[in-house]
Design a protein around this ligand. Structure first.
Ligand code: PHE
Length: 371
């Protein structure tokens, strides 16, 4: 029998199969249980040994070439299917980039990054605490017991329900509760205490709203705990910080005695400034001609009772703390005059006052180069 013609026909039909289903149907037709080539193989059993010697290799050869052709065609069809899929799922990376970069870093984020950079250089770590606080961390531990008049001055947002511990819950009115949390945390890891240098930037809330007050605003807290800390350390730290932040050497501070329940003594810090081109520019003494003083910070030596609430022995550990408004610092440095615009989300304001995401504040590169 002439298998060449059968083989030719099978191979050309396999080569012509245009999809995997057709190919599978051909495989069944030739090699399946009832397949034509399988049928030929069965005829070998009925042949005489001499006949089989001749026909055997030919039939097996036919089966082999058909099997190879099926495999080759299957590979080709699968490759073509993959190519088609890759073709249809490509992204055109050659699309032009937007002419103007969209989006910018908000001045509050920028100033917080600048502050973290300035303080990191002085060895301060960044600490955080919850915005939903309890009245013990926000007030009591900071030497403001329940009846303390200073509590009333904070215009606090309270939650209707107490927490599991029976404490009243509130939106923190300042970042000072992070002082307590940082001390408790350091004691947990170092019983007996350890030096501590942290800043705590974050959101705070007071029920207050006009051109210079928004119900949510940003503060940054600083806390240093160590042995033998005194007011001189506080003054040097604030002076170094303000000079680095405003990027000027002529920053002059005025320390005024003040009162905060959590510091004793307490000091309010003013900086000298003058009007230049219609806006406040810090620098020089507030007593110099054309200059005035402006309050920028609250600070003081950490009250003994606060150190105790933080789990430390005030005879062994002393410290200073300060707190200031991040939004106000941003306004002073970058010349905005309405606080409310900070939180309006107006794209025109954001693109005017925003910073490039690529312009990361560093001491070497300058902590605040406007976009
Ligand atoms: N927590 C004070 C405020 O919100 C600021 C402050 C912080 C003062 C630390 C002294 C020490 O006004």
């Amino acid at each position: 029998m002439d298998y060449a013609a059968t083989g030719q026909e099978a191979l050309s039909r396999i080569a012509g199969a245009s999809d995997l289903d057709t190919l599978e149907a051909l495989r069944v037709e030739f090699l399946g249980k009832q397949g034509s080539i399988s049928g030929l193989l069965k005829t070998l059993g009925k042949m005489s040994p001499d006949e089989r010697k001749v026909e055997g290799p030919r039939i097996h050869g036919l089966r082999e070439s058909v099997t190879e052709a099926l495999t080759a065609r299957k590979d080709a069809l699968e490759t073509a299917a993959l190519d088609a899929r890759l073709e249809s799922e490509t992204i055109d990376l050659s699309l032009p980039a937007p002419e103007q970069p969209r989006g910018s870093v908000h001045p509050v984020s920028q100033v917080m990054d600048e502050l973290a950079e300035v303080f990191a250089d002085m060895g301060f770590a960044v600490a955080t605490g919850p915005e939903i606080e309890d009245d013990w961390h926000n007030f009591t531990a900071l030497n403001m017991p329940e009846s303390h008049p200073a509590r009333a001055m904070h215009d606090t947002f309270y939650f209707p329900d107490r927490n599991e511990g029976g404490r009243e819950m509130l939106l923190r009115t300042h970042t000072s509760p992070v002082q307590i949390r940082s001390m408790l945390d350091v004691v947990k890891h170092n019983p007996g205490g350890a030096p501590l240098r942290v800043i705590a930037p974050g959101r705070v809330y007071r029920s207050d709203s006009d051109a210079t007050h928004t119900p949510m605003f940003h503060q940054i807290e600083g806390l240093v705990i160590d042995k033998g800390i005194h007011l001189g350390h506080l003054k040097w730290t604030l002076e170094t910080f303000l000079k680095a932040f405003f990027e000027r050497d002529d920053i002059v501070l005025r320390l005024r005695p003040s009162y905060f329940p959590f510091t004793e003594p307490s000091v309010e810090v003013d900086v000298g400034y003058a009007y230049e081109g219609g806006r406040r520019v810090v620098g020089g003494s507030g007593d110099a001609p054309g200059h005035a003083w402006m309050e920028v910070l609250g600070s003081g030596m950490v009250n003994r009772r606060v150190i105790e609430a933080g789990g430390l022995d005030p005879d062994e550990w002393q410290g200073f703390a300060f707190g200031t408004g991040v939004d106000r610092l941003a306004m002073l440095k970058y010349g905005m005059d309405d606080l409310r615009a900070f939180f309006d989300g107006d794209v025109r304001w954001l693109s005017h006052y925003g910073f490039s995401a690529l312009d990361v504040p560093t001491l070497s590169g300058g902590v605040g180069t406007p976009a």
